[in-house]
Design a binder for this molecule. Sequence first.
Ligand SMILES: NC(=O)c1ccc[n+]([C@@H]2O[C@H](COP(=O)([O-])OP(=O)(O)OC[C@H]3O[C@@H](n4cnc5c(N)ncnc54)[C@H](O)[C@@H]3O)[C@@H](O)[C@H]2O)c1
Length: 263
Amino acid sequence: MEQFRLQDRVALVFGAGSSGPGWGNGKATAVTFARAGAKVIAIDVNPAAAAETVALIRAEGGQAEMAVCDVTQGAQVAAVIGDAAARHGRIDVLHNNVGVTSRGGVIEESEESFRRTLDLNLTSAFLTCKYALPHMIRQGKGAIVNVSSMTSIRYVYPYVSYQASKAGLNQLTQAVAMQHARQGIRANAILPGFMDTPITQQVVGQYANAEAMKAERAARTVMGRQGSGWDVANAALFLASDAAGYVNGVCLSVDGGQSCIVP
Ligand SMILES: NC(=O)c1ccc[n+]([C@@H]2O[C@H](COP(=O)([O-])OP(=O)(O)OC[C@H]3O[C@@H](n4cnc5c(N)ncnc54)[C@H](O)[C@@H]3O)[C@@H](O)[C@H]2O)c1
């Protein structure tokens, strides 16, 4: 089982906080990495969210420190990765969790919103890879995990910028995976489906029929229930660990089988 652990590996988690109370994908992943023995750098644009994740990890006896960074800003990304590498001597795992949804099709969505979503969901991973890869190449080893979405391969709602950005993230993942495979670096993506996380609870909660909508989301799923942040976290741990040593360039659906069906 040692292969499934991340003992003393330095793991950067971008978007390690949570948008609200409960367990989002990023927070659950940061805690799961720490439980597997990693030294987690919990990075978030929201200092309180990063601090909460660090406190949770330390309360369990895990290793964690926080960093504040807007992942759309290259200078900030370079600084936070450079600082972590300088202090720990290496970067073993890069986990890209930051992502936002923006509702609407091409006609409804503004140009500004479209560009912002691409920045947050796609350019962000370009930037983190750009600054983490040189360290991984020097080490001859590294694992990158990008959090994409089922909507990158299947139409669910009119979310044009979200779909396009996540589809781009899948291809960014595979491009990095192919180019750097012989340098000991693996890159994979996770495609969550319908998940019951704080961010979706907030979106659904804005509607008067929130409870009915939640039930409808669950009813649409193959398993009859939504997934959780822990489902994403467990997949991320596998992909980040040596247990996935021959898994590279994969877009792993964590959707209970949803992407297999005709909706
Ligand atoms: N929850 C779902 O149902 C679902 C489904 C499919 C895919 N996803 C993907 O999962 C990821 C997020 O899941 P989550 O549950 O952790 O969401 P979350 O919103 O709870 O957490 C994301 C964290 O990212 C931080 N963040 C936002 N903008 C940032 C920026 N510019 N720089 C640095 N940090 C920033 C937020 O402060 C927050 O703490 C996204 O990539 C999303 O597309 C989620």
